[in-house]
Design a protein around this ligand. Structure first.
Ligand code: HEC
Length: 301
């Protein structure tokens, strides 16, 4: 819902546009530099040529910096694509040691190179608008590589299936992305998933990001096994026999984000262990012996 203040602002703005006629309207239209050139440089170059690192004395995070060039001089010659160092560097073969981006980072796409070339050819202007470049390709949104939660389980699919069968538990992919890890499911037969099963899953434990162990016979001995499941993000131990003494075994799980200890015998000593976990965002302790029912206690997640 838009606030009335926002609406008022929009109305004032439109009114100003009318008053000033074409000039403000033109200024409101994005420049080709801002809409196409800068995003390409941001995406591929600014990590090394920006406010933090200024390789070769060159910054590419603003028009002024780009035109100021490098220690060795300017890298853009307006109107002269072939004579511009900027263009030469991004069109070298990937194996050339002068190619940019360097360090084997993915090279620019044909569309991105075309955007830079068209812009230099048209005079490397900071003010020409998008509409001045009718043949320019659109920019595809940057593909954000998913952060892997675990190594890919794909190659171990057969071994995973064999362990599922042997122990009567389910190891379900979290998503279609194999580096999103596996969820250990026990709910269809919780009594089967005991301490021995957890120990027996060691060969595939690094793929498991979520262990659903509510109502299983798991005890502190089982937590010893869980303590080496390095990629765990979530553990549900609701209504199990685990205690604070056992939780100490989890202190090395640096990725653990949530743990459910509802209806367990965990007390405040366990809460102290939890507080030391660097990644922990949430713990539930309803029906436990702890004096808090949730962690963090006061702050929002
Ligand atoms: C991983 C770091 C890194 C990235 C990313 C990177 N550069 Fe560089 N760049 C360097 C280093 C180091 C040098 C100095 C060595 C050289 O000249 O090859 C350099 C030099 C240059 C030069 C030569 C400056 C001169 O001295 O004339 C240009 C032009 C350049 N880079 C452009 C770019 C462009 C355009 C991008 C993005 C498409 C980019 N760089 C991305 C590290 C990087």
């Amino acid at each position: 819902m838009r606030s009335s203040l926002e609406l008022k602002e929009r109305r004032t703005w439109r009114w100003l546009l009318c008053l000033a006629g074409g000039s403000v309207a033109a200024a409101a239209e994005p420049t080709f530099y801002a809409a196409r050139v800068a995003p390409v440089l941001d995406r591929h170059c600014v990590v090394c040529h920006g406010p933090e690192k200024k390789k070769a004395g060159l910054r590419l995070d603003s028009f002024d910096h780009l035109m100021a060039g490098a220690e060795s001089g300017s890298i853009v010659k307006p109107g002269d694509v072939k004579g511009s160092e900027l263009h030469r560097r991004i069109t070298l073969p990937a194996t050339d040691e002068e190619v940019m981006p360097s360090d084997g980072k993915p090279s620019l796409s044909a569309d991105e190179i075309k955007i830079i070339a068209l812009w230099i050819e048209a005079g490397a202007s900071p003010t020409k608008s998008l509409a001045d470049f009718p043949t320019a390709p659109a920019l595809r949104p940057a593909r954000v590589a998913p952060v892997p939660l675990a190594p890919s389980w794909r190659e171990k699919a057969a071994e995973i299936a064999a362990l599922e069968k042997k122990f009567g538990v389910k190891l379900v992919p979290r998503s279609q992305v194999p580096t999103d890890g596996l969820v250990l499911r026990s709910a269809s037969a919780p009594q089967r998933c005991n301490d021995q099963v957890l120990a027996g899953l060691a060969p595939v434990a690094r793929f498991i990001v979520d262990a659903e162990l509510a109502r299983t016979p798991v005890t502190d001995a089982g937590l010893k096994a869980l303590g080496s499941w390095e990629n765990l993000r979530a553990i549900d131990l609701t209504r199990t026999k685990v205690t604070s003494a056992g939780l100490a075994a989890l202190s090395g799980l640096k990725h653990l984000e949530v743990i459910n200890l509802t209806d367990t015998a965990v007390d405040d000593a366990g809460v102290t262990t939890l507080r030391a976990l660097p990644g922990l965002k949430r713990a539930w302790l309803f029906g436990s012996k702890a004096t808090v029912t949730q962690y963090p206690v006061a702050t929002a997640p």
